[in-house]
Design a protein around this ligand. Structure first.
Ligand SMILES: C[S@@+](CC[C@H](N)C(=O)[O-])C[C@H]1O[C@@H](n2cnc3c(N)ncnc32)[C@H](O)[C@@H]1O
Length: 356
């Protein structure tokens, strides 16, 4: 008979309880974000459940009380038992209220919901080997993805990622031509356009609803004159002579990333640069058995691999491909120099150039 190690079992159950608590919190957190409950707690003094229900615009107190107790049990808001009031600390506000904080996590909760919504389609793909078209697995996977990556982009693209590339800041400041390939809903493109008014930007993505959303974001931010969004696959981009091509968290989603690399070489000027931003990962699976690798491997199972397998070639790099594999793919397109220039908590930045 197999001997159970009681201590090991107890510690594993403890871990599972924590993990399931996180999973169970996904719908209640999303409700709290949509109903403005976190924001209300951030804005006001500590509130009773009745006070919170009223301050959030007249919600039903009984629901709000249960929600608030759930968030207190989650540790996502604070509870004072003497006054029976709830409040939000500045640290909790960074996660749930401050949209420009680097750790604002609304998008992560939206992705979790989208992954559950896509379950049946991905199950079918497991059985048949087919892919799942980007955006088909869940109603608004593309909005969730945009929201998930936005905080990282707001805090890094202009501040540290572009400056890490050789000579790019100067080119952008004096007027460069930039393509943002796989731009999704366009947050990255718009951030760059806002920072560099003398440069021109084209965002490309093969998912038309994302492109329409990106166009609407550009109008909202008043940059529609200098930013164009075009629906095209990476390999079908017609315009050439770009000084800079950027690809944010999308190369691994493509069916044919080598074909993409080859085409990026063709659309860049000879002295141009390709900035490839990808999920941070080590080269070996065992390097990625950590909290960030865990998030990416799960998302990759449900989103990235099915998206890639739906396309021609179906390389299926996955979101934890790692620098060595990505560099090999980029070099296969004719890039002579590929180096990692930034390593962040969620992303790494590779700089690819045609000449050494
Ligand atoms: C994870 S999302 C990232 C989107 C955006 N860059 C961001 O960071 O928010 C991947 C994007 O790659 C796009 N994509 C996937 N394969 C593509 C291809 N072959 N050509 C163009 N876009 C592609 C998808 O439509 C999606 O917008």
């Amino acid at each position: 008979m197999v001997q159970l190690d009681e201590a090991k079992l107890h510690s594993f159950i403890g871990k599972m309880l924590g993990d399931l608590g996180g999973a169970f919190s996904v719908p209640t957190v999303r409700l709290g974000l949509r109903l403005g409950l976190f924001a209300t707690l951030d804005r006001d003094e500590p509130l009773t459940a009745a006070g919170l229900a009223a301050a959030a615009g007249g919600l039903t107190e009984r629901y709000v009380r249960e929600w608030a107790l759930a968030q207190a049990a989650n540790g996502y808001i604070d509870y004072d038992s003497r006054s029976e009031t709830f409040s939000l600390s500045p640290e909790q506000a960074m996660i749930f209220v401050n949209r420009d904080s680097p750790v604002y996590l609304e998008g992560a909760f939206d992705i979790a919901a989208a992954m559950i919504e896509g379950e049946q389609k991905v199950e079918h793909a497991f059985r048949t080997g087919a892919g799942v078209r980007w955006g088909d697995s869940a109603g608004c996977l593309f909005c969730a993805t945009g929201a998930f990556f936005r905080p990282g982009y707001v805090n890094n693209i202009v501040q540290s990622w572009l400056p890490a590339l050789q000579g790019i800041e100067d080119k952008l400041a004096s007027g460069a031509k930039v393509a943002d390939v796989g731009c999704g809903v366009g947050f990255s493109t718009i951030l760059m356009a806002q920072a560099y008014p003398k440069s021109s930007f084209v965002g490309y993505d093969f998912h038309e609803p994302s492109v329409r959303e990106a166009q609407s974001h550009a109008r909202t931010h008043g940059v529609e004159g200098r930013v164009k969004f075009v629906a095209a696959t990476a390999k079908d981009i017609k315009e050439t002579d770009f000084d800079l091509v950027t690809s944010f968290d999308c190369l691994h989603d493509m069916g044919d990333p080598r074909g993409c690399a080859d085409h990026m070489r063709r659309i860049l000027k000879k002295d141009g640069s390709w900035m490839v931003v990808e999920p941070v990962a080590g080269d070996r699976p065992e390097d990625n058995m950590n909290p960030v690798g865990r998030l990416y491997y799960n998302a990759s199972t449900m989103i990235c691999v099915p998206t890639s397998l739906d396309q021609e070639v179906g390389e299926g790099l996955g979101a934890q491909a790692g620098e060595a594999k990505l560099s090999e793919v980029i070099r296969s397109g004719g890039f002579k120099q590929v180096k990692r220039v930034v390593t962040g908590p969620f992303n790494m930045v590779l700089e690819a150039r045609l000449s050494a």
